[in-house]
Write a protein that binds this ligand. Structure first.
Ligand SMILES: Nc1nc2c(ncn2[C@@H]2O[C@H](COP(=O)(O)OP(=O)(O)OP(=O)(O)O)[C@@H](O)[C@H]2O)c(=O)[nH]1
Ligand SMILES: [Mg+2]
Length: 358
């Protein structure tokens, strides 16, 4: 199952431009606030060097990389949480996402309208975060009203939820992003956020200065900040992949594509690892939450594997590559037989034994 990343930010900050860079898509992008109305959706394969190496070694008939889904949403403005602009529709789509990619304008261009007039990434972030908080506050209050009634009838679970919701309400009123894991509400402020500085194509020093402003805003350990020169990246698509990579490295000292860096950021923010399966000449990569057990991993591949799980064979990518073949790795004692509770590690190559129920 691919994870969905919702692209949010003020109007005209380059969300659709970034979406097109990431997905090779053709979302409409222009100097016109609220240019995007309906969400654009793009599913892209996750760049994965380990998968490339495994493919070289094993030469399967088919290779299936993990996928990630990007949703390019309408711009948010002050008051969106109360229905200004395209507010409510946008917020409903954002709630469906696993993480939010918050695009912040860091490019100077007198020709492109800034809805808040001047370039100020810190202020822009605050505007969006306040809207997220206000929208969540409305949701939390509605829920609180409902569970409070239940709590009055003596329902213990409802009483606990009331206490959690009251704390959440106070935090949201202070404009804080929520970090409690005890709620099942799809709060926007609970979602991991990746900040993307959409930097200009001209002045690198000025871009650095603006990115510093974003770094100062986000709490360390909580969010990931990456920078992408959106317009420039779209222009690089006209070059060959190699030429584009050379240009990017010479210009910004970056070896990896924006998609590559962003996916790394998303995996970090969502706490994801990758495991691999090789079965019936098919090599596949799968995302999994860090710490999840083998039984869950088996279920991601097929529900039959979960229901009839017996045991799994595991070799880690590093050991597989070191020996160069499954059989040699097995001879060297790298193959482990594990049970359903084994915590799957990043890079594990997994073969599940299961009995088919009839
Ligand atoms: N100079 C410059 N212009 C950019 C950059 N990124 C985007 N633009 C321009 O800014 C305008 C708005 O870009 P979009 O990608 O449509 O912005 P958006 O955030 O999707 O806008 P809405 O959908 O209206 O909310 C377009 O004319 C882009 O070409 C950039 O890095 N540099
Ligand atoms: Mg747009």
């Amino acid at each position: 199952m691919s994870r969905t990343i919702g692209i949010i930010g003020l109007p005209n900050v380059g969300k659709s431009t970034i979406f097109n860079t990431l997905t090779d898509g053709h979302a409409h992008s222009s100097n016109y606030p609220f240019c995007t109305i309906e969400p654009n959706i793009g599913i892209v394969p996750v760049p994965d060097e380990r998968l490339v190496k495994l493919n070289h070694l094993i030469k399967p008939k088919e290779v299936t990389p993990a996928a990630i889904k990007f949703m390019d949403l309408a711009g948010l403005i002050k008051g969106s949480s109360h229905g200004e602009g395209l507010g409510n529709r946008f917020l409903a789509s954002a709630r469906e996402c696993d993480a939010l990619l918050h695009v912040v304008r860091c490019f100077e261009d007198k020709e492109i309208t800034h809805v808040e007039k001047d370039l100020n990434p810190g202020r822009d972030i605050d505007i969006i975060n306040i809207e997220l908080c206000l929208s969540d506050l409305e949701m939390a209050e509605k829920r609180l009203e409902k569970v409070s009634k239940l709590a009055k009838t003596g329902d213990k679970d409802a009483s606990c939820e009331v206490r959690v919701l009251e704390d959440v309400r106070e935090a949201l009123k202070r404009g804080e992003m929520i970090k409690t894991k005890e709620l099942s509400l799809p709060l926007l402020t609970l979602k991991p956020i990746i900040y993307l500085a959409n930097t200009g194509e001209k002045d690198l020093d000025r871009s650095k200065e603006l990115i510093e402003k974003i770094n100062a805003k986000v709490s360390p350990g909580n969010s990931v900040v990456i920078k992408v020169a959106g317009k420039l990246e779209n222009e690089l698509k006209r070059l060959s992949k190699e030429e584009g990579n050379e240009f990017r490295e010479a210009w910004a000292g970056e070896k990896e594509t924006p998609l590559h860096r962003l996916v790394q950021g998303c995996y970090e923010a969502l706490n994801l690892i990758t495991f691999y399966t090789i079965a019936r000449e098919k090599l596949s990569a799968w995302p999994l939450n860090k710490g999840e057990e083998m039984l869950r991993a088996a279920g991601k591949v097929h529900s039959d594997m979960q229901d009839g799980f017996i045991k799994a064979e595991v070799i880690n990518f590093k050991e597989f590559i070191e020996t160069g073949s499954y059989n040699l790795a097995r001879e060297k004692g790298y193959l482990k037989i594990v049970g359903r509770d084994y915590a799957v590690q990043d890079g594990d190559i997994v073969y599940v034994h299961f009995s088919k129920r009839v």
